[in-house]
Design a protein. Structure first.
Length: 245
């Protein structure tokens, strides 16, 4: 019984420490936002962030978005709209992934889903992509790779099919990132999705299935994805510049 009491005390202390740390981070973000945004805008942005927190969305994504745009001199009303829009995309992405897979979506998956929705991928396409992925596989890197392919000018449907095929081939996250890096940038020549022409070339790193992976490719367990604000850059996010509002 003594051991049980000690365990309960340790557990309660740990929970209080985590809660205190989270509250400190929240207060810090609120302070910084109030420093860089006009008071009315900061109040509304913080309300959106609070709503996102209540819905279990990654609020640091919204905080960083607002702070980075403020640092770039973006107008406050545009920052507010960007935060509002991205919160809605994260909500939609989270709901889509969880309905498609039947389990809770991780924060980095929600962020990645919101990014591909921002870049023009439709909800039904995102749902089909999630359903087709191997069970238990994190979709964070695959979705960031989809976003990177869109940035390089690949049509939305082709980007989703190509990465989905890689997942079916059990490609590792590293292989998917390699595939993205080997696609030539085509620019925006107006293929209907604002991301450039359809891709006709194929990477040459593997024969057989037309997606740049050899048949029977054996990828290991999904590689870990750095948390938001980590030191490693996410695939498809480029040079640490924030996305457009």
């Amino acid at each position: 019984m003594v051991n049980d009491m000690r365990y309960s005390t340790i557990l309660m202390t740990a929970l209080l420490t985590v809660a205190s740390s989270a509250m400190a981070q929240t207060d810090d973000a609120a302070t910084r936002l109030r420093e860089v945004l006009p008071a009315p805008v900061a109040t509304r942005v913080l309300a959106v962030i609070a709503r996102a927190r209540a819905h279990e969305l990654p609020t640091d994504v919204l905080e960083n978005r607002a702070l980075k745009f403020a640092a770039r001199g973006v107008q406050p009303d545009s920052i507010e709209k960007s935060v509002v829009d991205h919160e809605a995309r994260m909500e939609r992405g989270k709901e889509t992934l969880e309905r498609a897979r039947g389990n809770k979506a991780a924060a980095d998956e929600v962020d990645a889903a919101a990014e591909v929705l921002r870049k023009g991928v439709g909800g039904p396409a995102l749902s089909d992509f999630a359903k087709s992925a191997p069970s238990g596989r994190s979709l964070a890197v695959p979705l960031y790779v989809v976003g990177g392919l869109l940035d390089r000018g690949m049509a939305s449907d082709d980007a989703m099919r190509r990465v989905a095929a890689g997942l079916r081939a059990r490609a590792s996250d590293h292989d998917l990132e390699k595939m993205q890096s080997e696609v030539q940038f085509r620019g925006n020549n107006g293929n209907g999705n604002g991301r450039g022409p359809d891709m006709t070339g194929r990477p040459s790193d593997g024969p057989g299935n037309g997606i740049g992976f050899a048949r029977g490719h054996g990828g290991g367990p999904p590689a870990g994805v750095p948390a938001n604000g980590g030191s490693s850059a996410k695939p498809g996010r480029g040079n640490n510049k924030p996305p457009t509002p």
